[in-house]
Design a protein around this ligand. Structure first.
Ligand code: DX5
Ligand code: ZN
Length: 215
């Protein structure tokens, strides 16, 4: 069993309130918000004014995934949303240790995200400080992409790193997650699954959340 974090990136942007309220009535654990800046990733999604409106309608804890350069500039803004988790990319932070401490000082869970090409071993010297590690199982920037198979083995390696160091970090996986890939990720040691197109593209998104949660 894993926690489920539906990604609003695949929701109906013309009817966000409807889709967020639908997730409020589902068994999902967190609501995943993808922020893109057109620099760190080749796409732009939404920013703080839109997230503020979404936060007002959500009864679920917010998991904010910042696909932006210099995410440390926005720690206060993410906190002001009432976010539970702030996910920053390893590749976007020169002084990652400082950023992690600043996120924790604001009372949020500090999550570090790795792009598909970044090895788990890069986290050896910071893993005990982290509340969460998120592995990208697609190249970030778009919903609905094909799952990168290597991510299953990478999840196992991260599980070993966490268990052998005594870290309490949760393992979250983002990209191409559906019932089939999700089952293998849970078996590999994942604690949290993000799913966008698999949930919002389903005929019954609420039932899809329940199915993923039961994996
Ligand atoms: C991709 C985002 C993901 C995305 C996942 O850059 O970080 O959260 O919404 O979408 P699916 O589940 O459709 O791959
Ligand atoms: Zn994401």
């Amino acid at each position: 069993m894993a926690l489920i974090a539906p990604s609003v990136l695949s929701a109906d942007f013309g009817n966000l309130r409807h889709d967020i309220e639908m997730m409020n009535h589902s068994e999902c654990d967190w609501l995943h918000l993808d922020v893109m800046d057109g620099v760190f990733v080749p796409n732009i999604s939404f920013g703080f004014p839109v997230m503020k409106a979404m936060a007002a309608h959500s009864t679920k804890p917010l998991d904010v995934h910042l696909m932006i350069v210099q995410p440390e500039k926005f720690i206060r803004e993410v906190k002001a949303l009432g976010a539970k988790v702030m996910n920053v990319h390893y590749e976007a932070c020169t002084h990652l240790h400082r950023v992690v401490q600043q996120i924790k000082a604001e009372g949020m869970m500090a999550g570090v995200t790795l792009n598909p090409h970044t090895p788990v071993s890069c986290l050896e010297d910071i893993i005990v400080d982290l509340d969460l590690v998120m592995l990208m199982s697609v190249n970030p920037g778009f919903g609905g992409q094909r799952f990168i198979e290597h991510s299953v083995e990478k999840t196992q390696r991260l599980r070993r790193l966490i268990d052998t160091t005594g870290s309490k970090a949760l393992i979250e996986i983002d990209g191409g997650v559906n019932r089939e890939t999700g089952a293998r990720l849970v078996a590999a040691g994942a604690d949290v699954l993000v799913a966008g197109s698999a949930i919002f593209g389903a005929a019954d998104p609420v039932a899809e959340v329940a199915a993923l949660r039961a994996l």
